[in-house]
Design a binder for this molecule. Structure first.
Ligand code: T1G
Length: 699
């Protein structure tokens, strides 16, 4: 686990090298081993100083997240963190200099180990990330981070770093003062040893007489101004959905008023509570493990060689087609961007260039890089240019006839193993594949807008889609650096179908006379990026109306109406308020000012006498989506809970504290969720009635 050596000058180097783990992680076993090495070095009179280093590519990746999903007791957890605190204080106060030689990732407890050293030297490794990302896992920097960072950076800068949870590059870390020096990788160990030799009496600032927190203590005027504001900002960002925000504020507020030894105990107790919290379990399971598995294509069909996408054809140079071209060319894929005529194709290429030009202006991309990327996008108006494409994605109008025409013409140019994909957001793939000469190579690859920003891609298997096409689609999504989920066919697939229920429920609430502001704020307080009415303004009421009408036409008598249907008709056909593009929908969207809810909403939907509680509205907006996701699971549209959870969080911002749209059922408790949904169904209609096997479907 540790390779310790002592050189002729008496400098001990303790190298982390945890066996059978891809990175160095901290758990009960490895921390006990580290404690033994540190205690030996401190006790050995021949040792004049100590360098903490790593034999792996990373330095230390922090606490062993594998253990976070176990149901550990306070009695099992607390001693581990108190032990780490003891090691850290021994390193700081034993009278020998400790230096951290940070060769790679130093995250969470890994960076906190470096914080217990008197000096931190980082190798200028562009891949390395340094920071305290714990809040992103639902926990807090409990290895001393909440006590040492504010004492090192000051309360305000310290709180910002702890609440941001960012993983910084070495350059950023040096600029912030998180590391003291940056050297070349080959010089790292020597410079670290030299520092230890040159600083035999090193001490930590907080161990020096008269130490004050830079910028003012907690009870100073600065501190007293800071915490109320920090509290309010914390609440505003999290609406209380993320307990770690409050816990971090409390650790800093309570711990930094006391001696660091006491502060560290305060912190350990908050950490243990956070590790055991259901929100942490949900965030770690979905936000760390499931998303990593999705990025690593865990569901990829077996035995199919990796596909290399050398050439991509894109049909339709509109916003989506241009975005697909931009992200694909950005990852080195040659793209043919086709539209009805050359001018339209060129306009599409210009559309693809726009976000890149913005990045060049911001200094985030070089001119040459942008030019090289754009050179990979070839605008065209003829199908022959598609020859040699490994994959073609159509992003033409949501019109079956147009899609059929381009499918036939494009397939005629493709090799037998090339794949044809539709970027349709709602039309069933199986139906579209009927116009394909090669249904086994026909698949859905559904991007989200804006393509450059949205991390999720939904891959949809039609009834005839073959494994080779699924594997190629997955390899393509991985190649462009996005996260895929794989779902089976159905109207609206998984994402469009479930997300639509959020919007529709918001409109149903409006129609019932619930205050529009209450609806919108409840959506945000539940954790969604924007309220349901704003979502439909952005995506356009006209589109919602058209989709609902298409469903009605396709389903005939099987169509189940929704209270929102006639609201869309009213707004689009009577009131001429189709949405944000027109400057008016449920909101007014003035060109020169902030949006505001249309003041006339109350005239069309008179305010109900008894307004629901915000918790009731939150529950309706969350549960309606989980019920629809359960139905998707029951119908086999999604077969893995992880696809539903990852797809909901990355696809439309389902709040991370829930763990995702299906995990939310588990967090509420399947029995309680079922009872609440039946009560909602009694009050608001059968759309809330959950499928029979809630517990099994949510598991
Ligand atoms: N615990 C357990 N496994 C980990 C791990 C960790 N901390 N970090 C990485 N792995 C595994 C990962 O699951 C994968 O396994 C393999 O290593 C490669 O990871 C007390 C409480 C370090 C930047 O948040 O950010 O410390 O899939 O594919 O893209 O205050 O992993 O191969 O089987 O992601 O090069 C804080 C989390 C913990 C760091 C590397 N630490 N890890 O990224 O490789 S909380 C973190 C990462 C804490 C203290 C608190 C990244 C990485 P497998 P990978 P990568």
């Amino acid at each position: 686990m540790f390779e310790t050596s002592i050189d002729a000058d008496g400098i001990a180097v303790i190298k982390w090298n945890i066996p059978d783990r891809p990175v160095n992680v901290m758990n009960e076993t490895t921390m006990a081993g580290f404690r033994d090495e540190v205690e030996k070095a401190i006790a050995d009179d021949a040792v004049k100083g100590v360098v903490i280093a790593s034999a792996k590519d990373d330095f230390i990746a922090g606490a062993d997240i594998d253990g976070f999903l176990e149901d550990l007791s306070v009695e099992a957890l607390l001693p581990q963190f108190l032990m780490f605190d003891k090691i850290g204080r021994a390193m700081e106060t034993c009278g020998k200099p400790f230096v951290a030689a940070i060769n790679g990732h130093a995250l969470g407890g890994g960076y906190e180990t470096a914080l217990c050293c008197h000096y931190r030297i980082a190798a200028d490794n562009p891949k390395a990330r340094i920071g305290l990302p714990e809040i992103g896992l639902g926990v807090l920097p409990g290895g001393g981070g909440t006590q040492r960072i504010p004492r090192m950076l000051g309360l305000q800068a310290g709180l910002k770093m702890l609440l941001d949870g960012r993983k910084h590059t070495v350059a950023q870390a040096a600029k912030m003062g998180l590391v003291d020096e940056v050297v070349s990788p080959e010089d790292l160990l020597d410079v670290a040893k030299r520092w230890a030799l040159d600083h035999p009496d090193a001490t930590q600032p907080w161990d020096r007489k008269g130490f004050r927190i830079p910028g003012g203590d907690v009870q100073s005027p600065t501190g007293m101004q800071l915490f109320p504001a920090a509290n309010a900002m914390g609440r505003e960002r999290s609406f209380g959905n993320y307990p770690a925000v409050q816990a971090i504020l409390s650790c800093v507020y309570e711990g930094c008023q006391r001696h660091i030894d006491v502060g560290l105990r305060v912190e350990s107790k908050y950490l243990v509570n956070m590790i055991r919290h259901p929100v942490t379990k949900a965030m770690v399971r979905t936000g760390f493990f499931e998303m990593a598995k999705a990025r690593k294509l865990k569901g990829r069909p077996e035995g199919i060689p990796k596909a290399k996408i050398g050439k991509l054809g894109i049909l339709g140079a509109g916003m989506m087609g241009a975005g697909i071209a931009s992200v694909s060319a950005g990852r080195g894929i040659d793209c043919v961007l086709m539209d009805v005529d050359r001018a339209a194709a060129e306009a599409g290429k210009a559309r693809a260039a726009a976000p890149l030009e913005k990045r060049v202006k911001q200094g985030r991309m070089g001119e040459a890089h942008m030019a090289a990327l754009l050179d990979r996008i070839a605008p065209t108006d003829h199908y022959a240019a598609l020859d040699g494409s490994d994959l073609v994605i159509e992003a033409v109008f949501e019109d079956r006839a147009i899609k059929a025409e381009v499918t036939k013409a494009a397939e005629a140019r493709l090799a037998s193993d090339a794949v044809f994909a539709s970027n349709t957001s709602t039309l069933p793939i199986t139906g579209l594949a009927r116009t394909s000469a090669r249904p086994a190579n026909f698949i859905g690859i559904h991007f989200f807008s804006p393509v450059e920003k949205m991390p999720l891609v939904e891959i949809i298997r039609g009834a005839g889609t073959g494994d080779a096409a699924v594997a190629l689609a997955l390899d393509y999504v991985q190649a462009i650096g996005k996260t895929p989920i794989v779902v089976n066919d159905g109207r609206g697939f998984f994402t469009s179908r479930v997300f639509a229920t959020y919007v529709m429920e918001g409109v149903a609430l409006l129609k019932e006379g619930v205050a529009p502001a209450l609806i919108e704020n409840a959506g945000r307080i539940a954790g969604f990026p924007v309220g349901p009415l704003e979502v439909v303004d952005n995506t356009s009421l006209g589109l919602s109306l058209a989709i609902r009408r298409q469903w009605k036409k396709d389903l005939g008598d099987a169509y189940v109406g929704h209270p929102a249907d006639d609201v869309f008709e009213l707004f689009v056909e009577t009131l001429d308020r189709p949405g944000r593009k027109a400057g008016r929908g449920f909101y007014d969207w003035p060109a020169d000012g902030p949006k505001r809810l249309w003041p006339e909403l109350g005239r069309h939907f008179p305010r109900a006498a008894g307004q629901p509680d915000v918790e009731d509205v939150k529950q309706r907006l969350l549960h309606i989506q989980s019920v629809e996701a359960l139905r998707c699971r029951e119908e086999g549209v999604v077969t893995e809970r992880a696809d539903a959870d990852v797809g909901s969080i990355l696809g439309w911002g389902f709040p991370m504290y829930t763990g995702g749209v299906l995990s939310w059922v588990g967090q509420v408790g399947a029995a309680a969720f079922e009872a609440q949904c039946h009560a909602l169904a009694d009050r608001h209609g059968p759309r809330f009635a959950p499928p029979a096997e809630v517990e099994a479907l949510a598991a």
